[in-house]
Design a binder for this molecule. Structure first.
Ligand code: SAH
Length: 248
């Protein structure tokens, strides 16, 4: 099955962009996902093809018109009725790995990219759109956010990552940051790889990694740590089991 990405944007030439190279680029060539950027301006109805207008109540910048956005969204919904529709906006729910996994396990996604001051708020009332933020900072447009979301989804599609298990251990998959990684040379600028990682004792290595993952999460991301500590069971196997159930 091909995961279909529809991107509603004023800059369709930005896609696939960096997703045309490396892991995602190869997957695109192999038909594991398809990239369909759609020019939002094509849905404008006046002779100037305008998609934006001045903000009601005054102020700087321009706002994307709800009527034009709705026509573009309706077109995308007709083409792909089963895909969730996400709008990129700093006012949205912060994107998390759990949501990325859900989207990647579905038929695809439609992404609405904002520009200027963003969207006329009424569009979110009138259409089934999920507002998503990729972090607490302001981009100049939603396209970079769309690329981030798609990159996160594509690496999870079946057969895209080299080793099929390599996604399960990553940061956030178990509610923790990943343990620190090392590689050769064993000694570099006087710094030596932790002894335990050279021991060959797999149980000891696993215990050390678990302890480091917990310690680093506690120190670096107290927000994640608090959540993890309060959750009933966060072992990797149970977390995966839960997600599998959710997907079916
Ligand atoms: N006036 C808006 C920001 C507009 S930035 C505000 O203050 O909330 C222009 C567009 O860039 C937005 O419509 C959105 O599509 C995109 N964008 C900017 N920051 C983003 C973020 N953190 N997450 C997702 N999209 C973002």
């Amino acid at each position: 099955m091909t995961f279909t990405a529809q991107i509603l944007t004023l800059y369709p030439e930005m896609f696939p962009g960096p997703l045309g190279t490396s892991l995602a680029g190869r997957a695109l060539e192999e038909g594991k996902w398809s990239c369909n950027p759609i020019q939002m301006r094509d849905f404008a109805t006046d002779k100037h093809k305008s998609v934006d207008d001045t903000p009601a109540g005054g102020g700087a910048g321009m706002v994307l018109r709800a009527d034009v956005m709705a026509s573009a969204v309706d077109h995308a919904m007709e083409r792909q009725p089963d895909a969730p529709i996400l709008a990129m906006t700093p006012r949205g729910k912060p994107l998390k790995q759990e949501r990325v996994r859900e989207i990647a396990s579905g038929p695809g996604v439609t992404i609405l990219c904002g520009r200027f001051e963003g969207f006329d708020e009424r569009i979110f009332d009138a259409r089934p759109i999920e507002e998503v933020s990729i972090g607490d900072y302001i981009l100049s447009g939603g396209e970079m956010g769309a690329l981030v979301l798609l990159d996160a989804c594509i690496r999870l599609l079946p057969g895209v990552m080299g080793a099929s298990s390599s996604g399960d251990d990553e940061s956030f998959e178990t509610g923790l940051l990943e343990y620190p990684q090392f590689t050769r040379p064993q000694k570099w600028e006087g710094r030596i790889i932790p002894e335990v990682l050279r021991s060959g004792d797999h149980a000891k290595i696993a215990a050390w990694r678990k302890q480091k993952a917990e310690e680093d999460t506690r120190l670096r991301r107290p927000d994640l740590w608090e959540h993890h500590r309060d959750a009933p069971d966060q072992s990797p196997s149970s977390a995966r089991g839960q997600k599998k159930e959710d997907r079916s």
